[in-house]
Structures are given as structure tokens and as C-alpha cells.
Design a protein around this ligand. Structure first.
Ligand code: URA
Ligand code: SF4
Length: 205
């Protein structure tokens, strides 16, 4: 039966898109196979490419702080990216690269089966919040296919734009409650809120 390790081996040998030509190491992702929360970033940067591990550079340091704010240990969450190989010069991943790499992300989601998916930045957000702007939906949760998906700004965005930092920290502070809600059994879930309360409904279902 397929597991995360065999999948990671496949990713490390993958040559399905052009990013395989310029990478040093592919970065499959890391964390426990039974993680309840999965964080999905954009793609490896310089340090990640060198080490073969996700979020180990400056953005990773900040993600570690954000996880602490949210009350999670890094070792208990799964962390990966939309594309597993570094785009040269940290350029945006191309649509065809995202599409080629989606087979791995799909299988990771299936294998880990997390209750909560946290998207970091617009590339992972686009999959569950199509046509939405991150400035409008950041910090919000929605139900999708039996999971809860929360859209967050990318930690690197907050590093480059100081004014975002407090916003990102505030969003992560709310993550704890969102996860607690998602962990309740269905019969314990609060009743549907009226449609007039839609914004509220999005942020806490
Ligand atoms: N930025 C990302 O999106 N992913 C990483 O792994 C590191 C930085
Ligand atoms: Fe394969 Fe994804 Fe790397 Fe492209 S980015 S070579 S699809 S692992």
C-alpha cells in the first residue's frame, strides 16, 4: 500500500515538469502521516531547495512563530507546498507546473486525510477559494469535501510587508478555535447560522 515515504521517493525522482532541471533537492513535505492539520505553501525557496525540507528559511522561522501563536507544535502538523521543486529565482510557479505537481498534493491530502487544511498564500488558496482575493478571505474558514480549509496570507508576505504582520498573527490566533470546531463530531456542531450572517458563517462556519 502506498505511504508518504514512497510518495516522497517518487517526488524526489520526479521529472514531470521543468522545475526538475533547476532544483537541487525536491521538497516533498514533512510531518506525521496522521496530522490533523496540513499547511500548504507555494514552493521551496533557496534554503528549502538546499535542504530538501519545507519552510526552513526566513519564512519558515516566521511560520514556526505563527504555529506557536496558534498553539501547535511544528512536529504535529504536516507542511508541504503546491510545487515540490524550487522555481528559479523564486519566481511564481507556472500553471502547468502547479498542474503537474497537483498529483502529489492530491495524494498527500488523501493519505494524511487532515481535518483542516491551511493555505499559505494565493497559489494554494486558489484551489479552494477560486476567484477570491486573499486580502478579502484571509483568516476565513470554509467547509470543503468533509474538511475545513482556512486561507492565510503567506508568511513571507508578512515579512516583506510589516503592516501585514499583526494581521497574520491575528489570523493564526483564531486558528485554534477553528480547529477545535472542526474536531467536534458532526452532531456536536452548532446549528447553521442564518444566511444574513454569512461573513460570520465563513469565519467560524
Ligand atoms: N515558502 C514556501 O511557500 N514554501 C516553503 O517551503 C518555503 C518558503
Ligand atoms: Fe515533479 Fe512537482 Fe518537481 Fe515538477 S515541481 S518536477 S511535478 S515534483
Amino acid at each position: 500500500m502506498e505511504n508518504l515515504n514512497t510518495l516522497a521517493g517518487e517526488v524526489r525522482r520526479c521529472a514531470l515538469c521543468e522545475l526538475s532541471r533547476t532544483r537541487t533537492n525536491a521538497v516533498p513535505g514533512e510531518g506525521p502521516a496522521n496530522a490533523e492539520i496540513m499547511f500548504i505553501g507555494e514552493g521551496p525557496g533557496f534554503n528549502e531547495d538546499k535542504q530538501g525540507r519545507p519552510f526552513v528559511g526566513a519564512a519558515g522561522q516566521f511560520l514556526n512563530e505563527l504555529l506557536q501563536i496558534a498553539g501547535f507544535k511544528r512536529e504535529e502538523v504536516y507542511i508541504t507546498n503546491v510545487v515540490k521543486c524550487r522555481p528559479p529565482g523564486n519566481r511564481d510557479p507556472l500553471p502547468e507546473e502547479i498542474q503537474a505537481c497537483a498529483r502529489y498534493l492530491d495524494r498527500q491530502i488523501e493519505l494524511i486525510n487532515p481535518r483542516v487544511i491551511v493555505t499559505l498564500g494565493r497559489f494554494s488558496m486558489a484551489r479552494w477559494f477560486p476567484n477570491e482575493k486573499i486580502s478579502a478571505v484571509h483568516g476565513r474558514a470554509k467547509r470543503a469535501g468533509g474538511r475545513v480549509v482556512v486561507a492565510m496570507f503567506h508568511p513571507a508576505a508578512a515579512l516583506h510587508q510589516q503592516s501585514l504582520r499583526a494581521t497574520v498573527e491575528e489570523d493564526f490566533r483564531k486558528l485554534r478555535q477553528i480547529v477545535a470546531e472542526a474536531q467536534r463530531k458532526p452532531e456536536e456542531k452548532p446549528a447553521e447560522k442564518p444566511a444574513s450572517d454569512q461573513a460570520e458563517q465563513l469565519s467560524l462556519f
